[in-house]
Design a protein around this ligand. Structure first.
Ligand SMILES: [Zn+2]
Length: 284
């Protein structure tokens, strides 16, 4: 090899080495960017806004609190004409998240922290993305009968516990923000799945635990544990319940649910039940 060729090959090697370094550097940057990019593509927009509040001890499960409705979907109107379901669910959801954060035994996040519209699938996708250990959707009931009052807890089931529960689930599943029929079909195919059975059993156990904590402290409906086929609960792929905190079509319930003090007993009962449920599952 002549000197010129040697010099040329050294220059070439240097160029390749520099090139490689560049490639490696780029690849590292690309991997990081690709992950962020991948998440943005795969996850709905809603996921990016979710903030997880840490527990006092690392590695604790995430409780995902889902204030029902929001944005262009106000939910049920209050009987006084001054409240709407979406505002009350947000207030109560935040209070529950604050309390859980303050107690520090679990990590906690909210599907929405402001007056934002989210589809049911987006809410479920957030739960799946976070691998939430527990999903709790907060709602306020409404009925034509102004005397109807008290809290109800719905857990996931493929069989509704009553005609009313079936109608309620159909109303929640249908309409604006419903899951696509494609998602619906894949959900139906999962019905025989063992994991789904387990999800239903754990959801029912969670509902029972919540009612036990709430009994005597919070006004409950005569049959407070109801079962219904809520697509949003199923699609979270984790133990999930839907809490109807009371009837805002009833003047007493509405007045109670419109203040922080009025909501506090149920918020505390839910927080305690959530912690107990996750602790029990961790110890199994
Ligand atoms: Zn609702």
């Amino acid at each position: 090899m002549c000197a010129a060729a040697l010099a040329a090959s050294i220059v070439l090697m240097l160029a390749v080495a520099r090139g490689r370094t560049g490639v490696v550097g780029d690849a590292i940057a690309l991997i990081g960017e690709a992950r962020t990019g991948g998440l943005t593509l795969v996850m709905p927009e809603a996921v990016k806004d979710v903030r997880v509040r840490e527990a006092r001890v690392p590695g604790r499960p995430i409780v995902l609190i889902d204030p029902g409705h929001g944005g262009r979907d106000p939910g049920a109107p209050g009987v006084s004409g001054t409240s709407s379901e979406k505002d009350l669910t947000l207030a109560m959801g935040r209070e529950l998240a604050d309390l859980l954060e303050q107690r520090g035994r679990v990590r906690v996040a909210l599907t929405r922290e402001n007056d934002k519209y989210l589809t049911l699938e987006e809410r479920a996708a957030i739960a799946r993305h976070l691998r939430a250990g527990l999903f709790l959707s907060v709602h306020m009931d409404s009925a034509p009968n102004p005397q109807a009052r008290g809290a109800t807890i719905y857990s996931l089931s493929d069989v509704a516990s009553s005609a009313e529960a079936a109608r309620f689930a159909a109303a929640e599943n249908g309409g604006d923000g419903a899951l696509s029929s494609e998602a619906d079909d894949s959900v139906r195919a999962l019905l025989a799945d063992v994991a789904l059975r387990e999800q239903m059993e754990e959801s029912a156990g969670l509902a029972e635990r919540m009612l036990k904590r709430a009994a005597g402290r919070v006004e409950l409906r005569p049959s407070p544990h109801q079962f219904a086929a809520f697509h949003v609960l199923r699609r979270t792929e984790t133990p999930a319940v839907l809490v109807e905190a009371g009837y805002i079509s009833n003047a007493d319930d509405e007045a109670r649910l419109m203040t922080k003090e009025g909501r506090a007993p149920l918020v505390l009962a839910l927080a305690q039940a959530v912690e107990a449920d996750l602790a029990a599952r961790a110890n199994r």
